[in-house]
Design a protein around this ligand. Structure first.
Ligand code: SF4
Length: 291
């Protein structure tokens, strides 16, 4: 039986503590219907401050919680962090890398916001990782949530990134409108075919004030709502199908309850992972068993 570091799935090992940075980038097509960037901002990350100041405050934030003394990664998480001319990217990434405690950067972006020139530059840094919001493998879903790109665009961006030796992560949302347990499990084959080093999965959270909250109110039948128990079983089904070499960076999300239009499960991350480990053991299964 394949086991990974005592776990039954390959948990991603971050090479440092991430410090979220908002460099003031935006997104190209307005907003995706599920998105509210404010829900994911730590208190220290604000584009009204310099990148250096955000990093200093982020280090203090984590130190106050006894979390880390480094090394640190500047995490360009908010909005689309390659949606600007190359010179602007050089400036922003350069400011982060000039911070003495920062050893690398993680760039969250959209697949339609990279090109050969930008990827060549990012590869030349030698310490950058990319995280693409792919969200779904289905064009009809991507259209419905107003992503503004199709799955072929994501495939191309991931391949071009991996080809340059840049570590690449894909982010997927489980439960977008029109998708079901069956379609999600079918789509694991498309994820496996991408040259991804790691993946992030999380359940759809319906956030207040978003177009998706309105859509959910109008057509609730289009959405699968996971109970905690049902979601853990879904994750086990996904992990069984997932290529063994893909590291898993995230399995669930929880934004502060004040942002939620539909209440969450109220479960702590440690409890969640314990439940998942228990379920994998009970089902006598592991990542890649059905790959
Ligand atoms: S591209 Fe990302 S940050 Fe921008 S609106 Fe869509 S989900 Fe939000």
């Amino acid at each position: 039986m394949m086991e990974f570091d005592g776990r039954k799935y390959l948990a991603a090992k971050e090479p440092g503590q991430k410090l979220v940075v908002d460099a003031g980038f935006t997104c190209p097509h307005g907003r995706c219907t599920f998105c509210d960037n404010a829900a994911f901002h730590p208190s220290y990350g604000s584009s009204s401050k310099s990148i250096a100041q955000q990093l200093d405050e982020g280090i203090a934030f984590h130190a106050a919680r006894g979390r880390s003394s480094g090394p640190y990664l500047a995490y360009f998480q908010s909005f689309s962090n390659t949606f600007a001319p190359l010179e602007r990217l050089k400036e922003a990434y350069g400011e982060a890398l000039a911070h003495p405690a920062v050893s690398g950067i993680v760039i969250g972006t959209r697949p339609d916001c990279v090109d050969a020139e930008k990827l060549d530059f990012i590869a030349s840094l030698g310490c950058a990782r990319m995280e693409y919001g792919i969200e779904s493998c289905r064009d009809e879903t991507l259209l419905r949530v107003q992503r503004g790109h199709d799955f072929a665009c994501a495939e191309n961006a991931v391949r071009e990134t991996a080809r340059r030796g840049i570590p690449v992560c894909g982010h997927f949302i489980l439960g977008l409108p029109g998708e079901t347990r069956e379609t999600i499990l079918e789509d694991v084959a498309s994820i496996n075919a991408l040259p991804l080093d790691s993946v992030k999965f999380h359940q759809l959270q319906i956030l207040k004030g978003t177009p998706m909250a309105e859509e959910f109110a109008a057509r609730p039948g289009d959405f699968v709502r996971w109970t905690l128990d049902g979601y853990i079983d879904l994750l086990v089904d996904i992990l069984e199908r997932l290529r063994p070499g893909i590291a898993v960076s995230r399995l669930a999300a929880s934004v502060p309850p004040r942002f939620l239009a539909v209440p969450g499960w109220g479960v702590r991350a440690s409890e969640f992972h314990h439940l998942l480990d228990q379920r994998l053991t009970r089902r006598k299964t592991w990542q890649g068993r059905l790959f």
